[in-house]
Design a protein around this ligand. Structure first.
Ligand code: ZN
Length: 135
């Protein structure tokens, strides 16, 4: 098994950041062979999801849709004022698993891996763990 961590600097309160290339780079540097990669966020107000990366409007629409589902002005109890971000994180989840082979994730044509910032801007970290096939 090999593991690593990718740092992400977000620029907006809410945004989806394509981290596919950063992860590819980090995993290639670690010299990983084929296997199953677990990618996980340790944050309570930021998630991870896989969706279309070809049209950047899709990522913006996901944020717009989440804002529609979770009203930012709802009178939540949590004192930090970021309850919507906590709820959105539970909706997206904080981890994904992907097959990795031939130097890249086995993604569909339009799929990319997104870090989902819901309470930024901040500096964040995402961990990956590669369970490599036995030779
Ligand atoms: Zn909070």
């Amino acid at each position: 098994m090999k593991q690593g961590r990718v740092t992400i600097t977000t620029r907006r309160t809410m945004e989806l950041v394509d981290i596919t290339s950063s992860l590819h780079h980090d995993i290639a540097q670690a010299g990983c062979g084929p296997g199953l990669c677990h990618i996980s966020s340790p944050h309570t107000t930021a998630g991870i999801t896989i969706n279309e990366g070809a049209d950047p409007a899709v990522a913006r629409d996901i944020i717009a849709g989440l804002k529609k589902i979770v009203p930012l002005d709802y009178p939540f109890e949590h004192g930090e004022g970021n309850s919507a971000a906590h709820i959105m994180t539970s909706l997206t989840g904080i981890s994904v698993q992907l097959f990795y082979d031939g130097g890249s994730f086995q993604l569909g044509t339009w799929q990319r891996i997104f870090f989902c910032e819901f309470d930024g801007p901040r500096t964040r970290g995402v961990r990956w763990l590669m369970v490599e096939e036995r030779p």
